[in-house]
Design a protein around this ligand. Sequence first.
Ligand code: ADP
Length: 400
Amino acid sequence: PLRDASGAIEGILLHGVDVTERKRAEEKLREADRRKDEFLAMLAHELRNPLAPITNAIQVFRGKGPPEPEFQWATEVIDRQVHQMTRLIDDLLDVSRITRGKIELRKERVDLSSVVKSAVEASQPLITKRGHVLNVTIPLRTIRLNADPTRLAQVLLNLLNNAAKYTNQGGRIWVSTDVEGDHVLIRVKDTGIGIPAEMVPKIFDLFTQVDGSSERSEGGLGIGLTLVKNLVEMHDGTVDVRSTGVGHGSEFMVRLPILVETPSAASADQNVPAQASAAARRILVVDDNQDSAESLAMVLKIGGNETHIAYDGLEAVEAAEVFRPDVILLDIGLPKLNGYDAARRIRAETWGKSMVLVALTGWGQDEDRQKSREAGFNAHVVKPVDHAVLTTLLASLSKP
Ligand code: ADP
């Protein structure tokens, strides 16, 4: 207020700052950030596609009886490296989903020890390769959590793999779980290189690496711990790290709420899935990527099935009518007619009602699964296809 000599208000003073430029700059930054996230998502998605035919081709090698030693060696190298690449790309895909708020948990009632067991199993090859000794302590009483078992195992596997990676050959790693009131504390501890004090507050940030240039034998992208933190927080938990400095090992601590059992939840045990059985079926494989289609068909053929291939949606519908398969493995992104529409057309025919339709796609979000269901698919499998998963699925869906 502006006052006259007597103190009475005679006007007001307004002060303005033009923030147009600043707002524009902020908007541009946000836009660039959003595009980067989208780019990462697309990059990961595109990088995944070539992995399916490579994995199939390895299966074909394996199906050809005892090979020459050099041949076997080469097969194992490709297999291991493709595995490693799949892991990196999956992390990249996950982190891009997290930054865009697109990750979904499939929470269920899980037994903590089974999650720890599966993570330990998966980490075993690296731990053995690096000559570490691993000690696992699990409490005698059953600890149940309301959690996504796959994601939780991913959290522990990341911590275990890091412990193995950042510990010099022949170290020690401990995994322990302890009940603390209504929480469980999971600890992953190693005798490794440790984390410098100034890095501790930043270690869970995206793309953070203590020494990105170091000659580490098992490379990474600096994504793992960001995933760990986000996934733990999505489970209403926390993760912390303790390190007494370089050379003194590290300890990661994950705290998660224990599930309070209600009698009805305790009796709702899952059914045991049907046993996988190898048996001959007529299978139509549809994929516009020729390598993907042919390699998958070849793997299925080696497994004793009769196969036929189509490379676009229209061809798929025609082949389904002529070949009359028991099962159709149908890609979604297809030329001429996409997989959803092809499935709808097949389902509309009398001969197509009882065929088993499996969507094979790079997209595995809930909305994608929903779309597949609506188009008439019996199942939805994310590429690259895990052969054990496919075999089990075929056994559960169709009689040979
Ligand atoms: P990446 O392992 O791909 O680099 P992470 O996000 O898993 O990415 O880890 C980030 C960084 O944290 C690593 O590069 C490493 O410097 C450090 N780090 C993680 N775990 C450990 C550990 N157990 N001991 C020492 N340093 C670790």
